[in-house]
Design a protein around this ligand. Structure first.
Ligand code: ME8
Length: 674
């Protein structure tokens, strides 16, 4: 089997590494780990894009030689990846000698196929995006970032991009999974259909670039140079073993990019490769942007967020989990400190953390830290049978979601499984069984704790790609001596937890965070200076625009105090049983535009509640949120589903937009409101 080869963008060194860069690299790292557990050999290439006008200018501004400048920032990227525990197989630098050889090699291949010619370029250029904007010289703003462009006039070498218009369209047509997600694919197709102009692939006045072989005074256009990193990163053009490695890795299975650089990857890059007679990558996925908290962004335009303080606050796994769980991959998403802490506390500390610590503590206490024998009863009771069935389903469906880039949905499924297990423990009450002397209770206790430990084993393997450090800890606590990364999804079938295996020291994997203090700490120190990255810059603009919108109109619908005859007594009020609840899952209902189906933990039980909030809340933002539930409302059916209660919301503005009522400090599920 060929090595599974994936890449992140090769990041510009005019900006220090920030959360946006970390995001793509974290996703790439998670996919790489996931593929390894699936039995693949994996190559992951990341690196730094170190040539071009904007780097040259940044070095000049900093008052240092370009090489020194790029050495410093490239090293920062590497140490940031190390700090974030990100594993890659190769870090490519475009100023390396072997990369230069690769650029020369692909250029010669393109030239040999007759697609290079000398011409005169007069047009606008965006130095921020290193993009030729138009050759009419009329357009003042860059269509990619909106910044002013500069007029460029020089003798250049051109790539006959226009010759690839139809071959590209044919290729997109034949390979529907080449550009993902679908909406981005459609954008690219329309762009190409509008017509492609030939592309200047050299620059005359620029010094800081790779010289074009055989041509005096021209360096390569930075995108021609940078995209080639995907080849040089796996040996293309390297002497010795390079070609062998290249043959094993190329074509790339996946290029992960932010949406603003999709055009370079989905149009120019495949055209260069076609011209060089090299196979095309199998897929390019363009993800959305992280939009940072509005107040942070609007204070001084250009502030961006570093991953370091986030990792200090919630750990590497806390950050990875939040990014993979909260963001629907492919869409833009607002990053918020409150959301980060909320996810950590509700999903990691509460749901997963509690399940692990309860199970392991009870095995320690009642079975002297040795995995109990479930006995034949394990398959006899319907409760265990349901858990075993759910485990099998979760394993299959999680992988299908992950294969389809639906990371957030995949994690939602695992958390549903975790919730079932917590419910199973509450219902089977092993702590009560432990207090009984009879043989049947003892056997039952062994069954329950085996079942939940085995379910934890499966959960640990499934979640390893997303939260590797924590799951390795859990793995050791379950008593496995071998590293978790050696496991394979193929070995996940139920019942493989070795009986009598000695469990390790049970310690808390995710210590609960103090929400207010953590948010305050984060707000005090995450900005790292100017946003020079395109996406981060855009994110800033969006946030600023939103903040600048007029304040909301005066609200209608706030009524005068009622007449005395309208008053209710305290006894009337006390008939309403209001409870604090935690939303465990939220999903859309097919065919219903307004309704969401929620499951809400109200302490003693988990209720299914239907709420008319689908137009105002994303299901994934609701999970973990504490809400107020009317617990004694008569159940009623809507769209064939039973609603066992109601969540309380304020009705805001003229349209009566629902805003869910929540708490400003943590309260246990089931607390009564009075
Ligand atoms: O474009 N949200 O490099 P770059 C999400 N050198 N992702 C973000 C982000 C944000 N706010 N900000 C940055 C370049 N990114 C070229 C690439 S490839 C041959 C050459 C991520 O340093 C995202 O992956 O500007 C985006 O595509 C990339 O950083 C841009 O990095």
């Amino acid at each position: 089997m060929k090595t599974f080869y994936l890449t992140t963008p090769i990041y510009y060194v005019n900006a220090r590494p920030h959360l946006g860069h970390a995001y793509t690299t974290i996703v790439a790292d998670a996919i790489a780990r996931y593929k390894r557990l699936g039995g693949h050999r994996v190559a992951l290439v990341t690196g730094t894009d170190e040539h071009g006008q904007k780097i040259e200018r940044a070095a000049l501004e900093a008052g240092v030689e370009p090489q020194k400048f790029v050495d410093t920032i490239s090293a920062e990227f590497r140490s940031q990846w190390e700090r974030l525990g990100l594993e890659y197989t190769h870090f490519e630098r475009t100023t390396s000698a072997h990369h230069r050889k690769a650029v020369e090699k692909i250029f010669q291949a393109v030239q040999a196929s007759g697609h290079i010619y000398k011409g005169h370029y007069r047009g606008r250029y965006c130095f921020h995006d290193e993009a030729f904007v138009t050759d009419t010289g009329e357009e003042a703003e860059c269509p990619l970032c909106g910044r002013p462009t500069e007029l460029v006039e020089e003798e250049n070498y051109f790539f006959r991009l226009s010759a690839f218009e139809q071959p590209l369209l044919d290729y997109y047509q034949k390979h529907p999974a080449f550009i993902r997600p679908e909406t981005r694919r459609n954008e690219v197709i329309s762009f190409v259909k509008e017509g492609l102009r030939d592309l200047s692939i050299s620059r005359e006045k620029l010094k800081w670039g790779i010289p074009m072989p055989g041509v005096e005074g021209q360096v390569f256009y930075v995108w021609f140079d940078a995209l080639t990193s995907y080849l040089s990163g796996v040996g293309y053009g390297h002497p010795g073993t390079g070609e062998e490695k290249f043959a094993d890795c190329w074509p790339a299975d996946l290029h992960l990019v932010g949406k603003e650089i999709l055009r370079f990857h989905a149009v120019y890059w495949p055209a260069f490769l076609m011209a060089a007679k090299l196979p095309l990558p199998k897929a390019i996925f363009a993800h959305g942007w992280l939009i940072f908290e509005q107040d942070k962004m609007s204070k001084s335009k250009g502030n961006i967020v570093s991953a370091d303080p986030l990792v200090d606050a919630v750990g590497i796994d806390g950050l990875r989990y939040y990014l993979m769980r909260n963001i629907v991959f492919g869409q833009d998403s607002t990053f918020s400190y409150a959301g980060l802490v909320q996810r950590f506390n509700s999903d990691l500390a509460n749901d997963l953390g509690n399940l692990a610590s309860r199970t392991l503590a009870m095995i320690g206490r009642y079975f002297k830290g040795s995995i109990p024998d479930p006995g034949p009863e394990a398959v006899q009771e319907s409760r265990e049978a349901a858990i075993i069935e759910a485990a099998g389903k979760t394993i299959t469906e999680f992988q299908s979601k992950f294969d389809n880039f639906e990371f957030s949905r995949g994690l939602e499924l695992v958390w549903r499984f975790i919730s079932n297990l917590n419910k199973y423990l509450v219902e089977t009450e092993p702590w009560v069984l432990a207090g009984k002397e009879d043989e049947a209770s003892k056997a039952r206790l062994a069954t329950v704790l085996y079942t939940s430990a085995e379910a934890l084993r499966i959960t640990a393997v499934l979640l390893y790609p997303i939260i590797p450090t924590a799951m390795q800890k859990l793995w050791a606590q379950l008593g496995f001596p071998e590293p978790l990364e050696n496991m394979r999804y193929a070995n996940l079938a139920w019942g493989q937890l070795p009986l009598a295996q000695k469990t390790g020291q049970a310690e808390v994997i995710f210590p609960r965070l103090d929400k207010e203090k953590t948010i305050a700490r984060l707000s005090a120190g995450t900005a790292i200076g100017k946003a020079v990255g395109t996406a981060a810059g855009k994110a800033t603009d969006t946030a600023t625009r939103t903040a600048a919108e007029p304040a909301s109109k005066p609200q209608k619908g706030i009524s005068m105090p009622p007449d005395a005859t309208d008053f209710i007594t305290i006894d009337d009020f006390s008939k309403v049983d209001l409870r604090a609840g935690e939303i465990k899952s939220a999903e859309r209902i097919e065919g219903a535009t307004r309704l969401l189906k929620l499951t809400v933990d109200i302490g003693a039980e988990v209720r299914q509640v239907l709420a008319g909030i689908a137009e105002h809340y994303q299901p994934e933002d609701l999970v973990g949120m504490k809400v107020v539930v009317v617990a004694n409302l008569k159940p009623r059916k809507m769209r064939g589903l039973e609603s066992q209660g109601m969540v309380v919301a304020a009705s805001v503005g003229e349209e009566g937009k629902p805003v869910l009522v929540t708490f400003n400090q943590d309260v246990p599920n089931g607390s009564k409101l009075s």
